[in-house]
Design a protein around this ligand. Structure first.
Ligand code: 2P0
Length: 322
């Protein structure tokens, strides 16, 4: 009745922004991501008949604000008859939480894998991904390693691994510009964009074309093409956010300075591009030969607090169970 799983966050190169069904948490658009190897969440789940309620600890601290989403995710496991036993959930995360570093992706992917094992529920990878996606849309992608495509349907999502990490080894350098939690959570922000941004419909209409280009770039290992479409898709998503009312601006001045740094590196011939999610951190994706220069340049950008770097990694997996 106890199991531990590890999952790594994923970074979307073609972004998920907007929901077609809030109750089922179904994304409005398809997305394409890379799963990382260096950042991780490790989560243990223990169902225990003696517990009076679910308990959730993150980095050894009780986190009551996050408990209801954890409990809902545990409730969603198939096969419970009547009331389920309560669980103690212990999560350890080696990077800042809720700061636009996709911590909910690795958190819910690890939670689903650990909880299924602890509950003795055998589910294939896609079914686990759908459970994780119901808790947090981006979490579905962290069930898979390497390059991952999520197709959003009206009733459920589908996922495909487009390439293994070893098929196209890219490096990801994360420049942390702020470590505090974000002001507006992604779910609320997406809803605001859908309701108020004049660019939202265009965002929906153009996503399929962007994804086609990115999928082709991955198949052809065409870095320049992937770089161009990923930066375009990222800036388009942020344009949707900026034009929302009230506006959603997740960047700070250091985020902009990091973008300038990437532009300078591109101008001198490095194969690198940036992407930014619902937070102020900049993620630089590059070929391994440019990794050293990217780390050095971002670390030297005034205001950058921390650099985290790594390659592409595997999907969520069980570490132990008893
Ligand atoms: C993504 N983001 O594709 C996009 C890009 C942020 C910007 O998925 O409401 O935490 O839990 O389904 O997955 C962040 O949103 O949102 C996200 P919910 P989630 O990675």
């Amino acid at each position: 009745m106890r199991a531990t799983a590890q999952a790594q966050p994923n970074i979307a190169l073609i972004k998920y922004w907007g929901k077609r069904n809030v109750v089922l948490n179904l994304p409005a658009v398809d997305s394409l991501s890379v799963t990382l190897d260096a950042l991780w969440t490790r989560t243990s789940v223990m169902f225990d008949e003696r517990l009076q309620r679910d308990e959730f600890f993150l980095n050894e601290q009780v986190r009551p604000a996050m408990l209801s989403r954890v409990s809902q995710c545990l409730d969603s496991l198939p096969g419970w008859t009547g009331s389920r036993p309560f669980a103690r959930v212990d999560s350890v995360c080696n990077f800042p939480v809720a700061a636009g570093l996709a911590s909910s992706a690795s958190a819910f992917a690890a939670l689903v894998v650990a909880a299924c094992s602890a509950a003795g529920v055998e589910l294939e990878q896609l079914s686990q991904a759908r459970l994780a996606g119901r808790a947090s849309g981006s979490a579905a992608r962290s069930l898979y390693g390497g390059f991952v495509e999520l197709t959003a349907g009206d009733e459920f999502i589908d996922l495909h691994q487009l390439a293994e990490p070893s098929d196209w080894p890219l490096s990801v350098v994360v420049a942390v510009t702020e470590t505090g939690p974000k002001a507006v959570g992604s779910g609320e922000a997406m809803q605001r964009s859908a309701e108020t941004s004049p660019f939202y419909q265009n965002w929906l209409d153009k996503q399929g074309g962007d994804l086609d280009i990115a999928r082709r770039a991955v198949a052809d290992r065409d870095f320049a093409s992937l770089a161009a479409i990923a930066e375009h898709n990222c800036l388009k998503m942020h344009s949707v956010m900026w034009a929302s009312r009230p506006p959603l601006v997740y960047w700070n001045s250091v985020t902009m300075a990091c973008m300038e740094t990437i532009r300078r590196l591109q101008a001198i011939g490095h194969s690198v591009f940036f992407t930014i999610d619902a937070g102020p951190q900049l993620k630089a994706v590059c070929l391994p030969e440019s990794e050293g220069a990217v780390i050095e340049a971002l670390a030297a950008t005034p205001g950058v607090r921390q650099i985290m770097t790594g390659g592409l990694g595997a999907g969520a997996h069980l570490m132990d169970s008893a």
